[in-house]
Design a binder for this molecule. Sequence first.
Ligand SMILES: NC(=O)c1ccc[n+]([C@@H]2O[C@H](COP(=O)([O-])OP(=O)(O)OC[C@H]3O[C@@H](n4cnc5c(N)ncnc54)[C@H](OP(=O)(O)O)[C@@H]3O)[C@@H](O)[C@H]2O)c1
Length: 207
Amino acid sequence: MSSISIIGTGNMARTIATLAVAGGNTVEIVGRNQSKAAQLVRDLGGNTSTGDFGAVPAGDIVIVALGYANVVPVVTQYGDALADKVIVDICNPVNAAADGLTTRDGHSIARNVAEQAPAGARVVKAFNTTFGAVLAKGHPMDVLIAGDDEHAKARVAEFIESLKLRPLDVGGLTMAHYLEGTGLIMIGLAQHGVGNFDFALDVTVPS
Ligand SMILES: NC(=O)c1ccc[n+]([C@@H]2O[C@H](COP(=O)([O-])OP(=O)(O)OC[C@H]3O[C@@H](n4cnc5c(N)ncnc54)[C@H](OP(=O)(O)O)[C@@H]3O)[C@@H](O)[C@H]2O)c1
């Protein structure tokens, strides 16, 4: 089982934390609003606690569950407090019209996080192609992950498996750009072809 910290108290923080507790993991919730973090911990039960925003997180794996405008500033603010942590970036940096990414061509939020992360920290992209509402239903979906450090990816994969989800590695951190594009396509499908957010991207291997 893993020891994780989640920075954020919103939809994805609550959903991932709920699955994490059910999977027997130790979960620390860190919010800029301490009372929201405390309420989430009360709701979650299990082996959970709150942490101080900006302090060294208790978990070995730190999931940043913030909107795209806040991810890099918060990682920068944390600075050395994230040294040696596995940082999981779940962000979809989608523009207001939901027809493009806010990152520059070929770049990604995950890469920006890696550039700001302190020595020894390793960044893994994960969960951005899973809608929170579907995750919350316990659907056994695929979680696409990307990162340059195989050991860090293996630890995140182990955590994902504890949630009864299937981790699927798409390659190095350069691939995070394409995962973020995939997140954009899923939002496009939700707004057009599918018509709602109640679906998952799963990989089928024909037998
Ligand atoms: N929702 C989904 O289905 C989904 C799926 C895949 C990926 N994602 C990604 O997951 C991330 C979180 O999404 P969400 O739906 O959970 O968002 P959300 O419900 O709006 O939660 C955002 C969190 O960010 C915090 N926050 C806002 N400004 C902050 C700041 N300046 N400093 C520190 N914390 C700040 C909020 O705290 P307060 O409550 O105090 O304002 C809140 O806890 C996004 O990057 C999104 O792209 C979402």
